[in-house]
Design a protein around this ligand. Sequence first.
Ligand code: 13P
Length: 262
Amino acid sequence: MTSPRKTYIIANWKMNFTPGEASLYLHRLEKRITPSRNVQVILAPSTVALQPLSLQINRRQFKLAAQNFYWRDYGAYTGETSVSQLRGFVDYAIVGHSERRYVFNESEEDIAKKVAAAIRNNLTPILCIGETAMERKDGETAAAIYSQLINGLHEVSKEDISKIIIAYEPVWAISSNKNARPAKPADIDEAQILIRKHVSKLFGKTASEQIPVLYGGSVNSDTAGGYLSINGIDGLLIGGASLIADSFCAIVETAKGMKKYE
Ligand code: 13P
């Protein structure tokens, strides 16, 4: 029997915690989360906290992810941080989060270049895709998922598709949005089937079966178990609940206790 796929539990702290607060919070998590072969816990603090946390973490227990970066490796780009400057500190990089797409007007072209830059620098991109409330209302969910996938993966070769994680985050389910509501397991299942179908068309069947697909949007310690039990969902990308140690640790425990790892 092949061993079950790894589960990824990712904490996106967004623009919260000073470096000092992030370090204290990490201390609390360190005491409560033990390393696991099956569950990879990844923390995505803001850029200023990446360097100090990279010195503090035990990499068998936690990995770090960048929330954002610029796709060029160096040059005259005032205020930007390149992925080549970050790669000593992080193993993963979030790309295409809806807050980057819609608050900072990041284009599909920027996103494709960021995915390519992460791979070029040996980091695993976590490509976020997901439809808006309006797109869902207009019956355009499948089209939105397809276009974000095909554009985001535009510069990825067949050899490199195995280095990518996809996170399905419907914009209407993210807790910071007005009228946010959690997605139903059936919606998430439909989306992961679609994602795998498109990956299969673009990169082949093996890639579609092996690519990790995560869910994000208003996940908390009560709902995590239900989402994780969807066949084809390989983990969670968590915003609000990742800022509360009790909630985040409970979600990690739920992931570790999943039936497939018994
Ligand atoms: P919430 O868990 O706060 O809805 O945030 C989800 C998210 O945007 C993670 O990237």
